[in-house]
Design a binder for this molecule. Sequence first.
Ligand SMILES: [Zn+2]
Length: 364
Amino acid sequence: MDETFSYCSMPPVAPRELPAGMDPARVEAIVVNESKWVNHTVLHYYFFDRETDGEHVFLADGTRQWRPWTTDKAHQDVVRSAFDHWKAQGIGLEFVEVTSRDEAEIRVGFMEGDGAWSYLGRQILDRGANERTMNFGWDLLRTPREADTALHEIGHTLGLPHEHQNPNAGIVWDEEKVYTSLGGPPNNWPRSKTQWNILRKIEPDTVQGSNWDPDSIMHYPFQAGLILEPERFRTQPLRPAGGLSARDLSWVRAFYPGEEEQELPELLPFQSRELAILPGQQRDFVLRPTATRQYTLQTFGASDTVMVLFERAEGELRYQAGDDDSGEDRNATLQLKLFQGREYVLRVRLYFSQGSGETAVMMW
Ligand SMILES: [Zn+2]
């Protein structure tokens, strides 16, 4: 008998509309960077913990059933271990558990029957404080391999899309067979969900590389016969090796290098600092205001940037404000009150620039 698998199902999000006629290189830079966090962001995660956290579902027989988003410590620990495992790869992001949903960018639910999913990268910021950004809809303790389910969903939160939707993979599906297989248990997906999460080819620019990596943590396993090409999968199943692949690691370290400069250059008022970085790269500055007042921070040049300001407080950098000007004819700008005697860190990631060395940042 064929082995069946439970699959992650990312919620559909309308693709961003960029102006027609935009430079294709600029479009590519936007698509690849818009889901990524600035490096050295501290991401806070929270497990739902109130009796009222959950949803009613309507069953086929017309009855209503309450499905909590909460779970026990053993199930939470699978997810905690997965955050620790990503962190142990020497990446620049930090993951800190918090007990208040208002302080969390990542809010994790365990609603049974609702599938495993996460929004992609910075998309999670568009969800309200009472909404989940990630869910685990089946038992994470049923086999040790479910540790990979948690790694996979966190991968989405870091900005990684599905590898089996990589248009460079050259996968040719037996589409009707895929719809039929996914339409049955344990997934019971409508065709639209199967289309969105499996058959749809994602933008070439969003994938990790030009080659297919069937061992990626972001790749589903498939039973034999769903894939027509490569031909060997007509008769044998596709089973990723499990865990993070070599390319998963090189990809995540490219976007989130672990090392940070010991002493960041200081950004002084009225002093323009050239960024001198390539697309995808980041420059960081420390700010030590000598007066408490309203400040403006802005990038200059025909470039797309995302700029995020953090304040150092109790040994941790806390998010203050951010702006992303990608795809728009304006520059990233932050206007806010900064306090004398406090320390701030400004992180600027460049998506794209019309000319190298022509992007700068200034505060006044
Ligand atoms: Zn997924």
